[in-house]
Design a protein around this ligand. Structure first.
Ligand code: NAP
Length: 241
């Protein structure tokens, strides 16, 4: 990554997106962060917060169009914003299904659609998509979340083929369980014991590795997981998977 490079990061207010945005800023880059809340980087000179609620898809599309017209050319996109909702399919309302797909999938596609043409014109740039281990394997109570992440994976594979001739690199990063607020509304979380969870910084380091690699080298997909799969449920007790 070159000094002064400018990246758009969705979901940069906390967790994985915040760690990626911070790593870019620390390396001398500039970040435009899109999320509903500003987060910890607010006030940092090279961080520009744009309030955007990806569950309001129509408004988000308009905001992206306006942003594209006033922002300097970008060196890359980090499509990270997302949330988890888990349960048996019949426990989801239609509105809940819509919201999850809109935030995790459609909005990220719209961001790419808006900013890709200028990257193709410049014949350079990175699009890094934060998928999940849920993009690789379905599981009980994960139907909607997995559907959103499997779809992101197909999107990434197709986009990679579409963009190669234009010199734009598309990388899918699939983390296993990361210690973040992602789990604050869930009745499970990765164990806090060593080796049982990733940290947001682990994912950020992987993304920086991609951004620091010379143009023309493709990674396709990078999977990273904690060494041990131990889940804590409810208020206590852990289960080795
Ligand atoms: P997190 O700490 O909850 O952060 C989620 C980020 O997404 C926040 O910045 C949040 O910002 C943003 N976001 C959520 N809903 C949004 C909305 N409606 N509009 C705009 N922004 C929204 O979770 P995380 O662990 O960092 O997750 C980041 C990504 O990694 C997600 O795509 C998730 O699926 C993926 N992932 C997570 C794990 C894990 O175990 N944690 C594993 C694999 C993949 P605001 O709330 O400020 O809007």
């Amino acid at each position: 990554m070159q000094q002064g490079s400018h990246y758009l990061v969705t979901g940069a207010s906390r967790g994985i997106g915040l760690a990626i945005a911070r790593a870019i800023v620390d390396a001398g880059g500039e970040v435009t962060g899109l999320s509903r809340t500003a987060g910890e980087l607010e006030g940092v000179a090279s961080y520009h917060f744009v309030e955007c609620d990806f569950s309001r898809i129509g408004e988000a599309a308009e905001k992206l169009k306006a942003l594209r017209k006033r922002i300097a050319p970008l060196d890359g996109l980090i499509l990270n914003a997302g949330f988890g909702r888990f349960g048996m399919l019949e426990e989801f309302s239609a509105a809940q299904i819509r919201e999850l797909i809109d935030v995790n999938l459609i909005s990220q596609i719209l961001v790419a659609r808006e900013f890709l043409p200028q990257m193709k014109r410049r014949k350079a740039g990175d699009i890094v998509i934060i998928g999940s281990e849920a993009a690789l394997k379905g599981g009980q109570k994960g139907s909607i979340y997995c559907a959103s992440k499997f779809a992101l994976r197909g999107f990434a594979q197709s986009l990679r083929e579409e963009c190669a001739a234009a010199g734009v690199r598309v990388t899918l990063v699939n983390p296993g369980m990361v210690q973040s607020e992602f789990f604050s509304d869930q009745n499970f979380r990765p164990s806090s014991q060593p080796g049982c969870h990733l940290l947001p910084q682990d994912v950020a380091r992987t993304v920086m590795f991609v951004l620091d690699t010379r143009p023309g080298v493709d990674f396709d997909e990078i999977d990273l997981t904690p060494q041990k799969r131990v889940i804590e449920r409810g208020r206590g007790g852990s289960q080795v998977l």
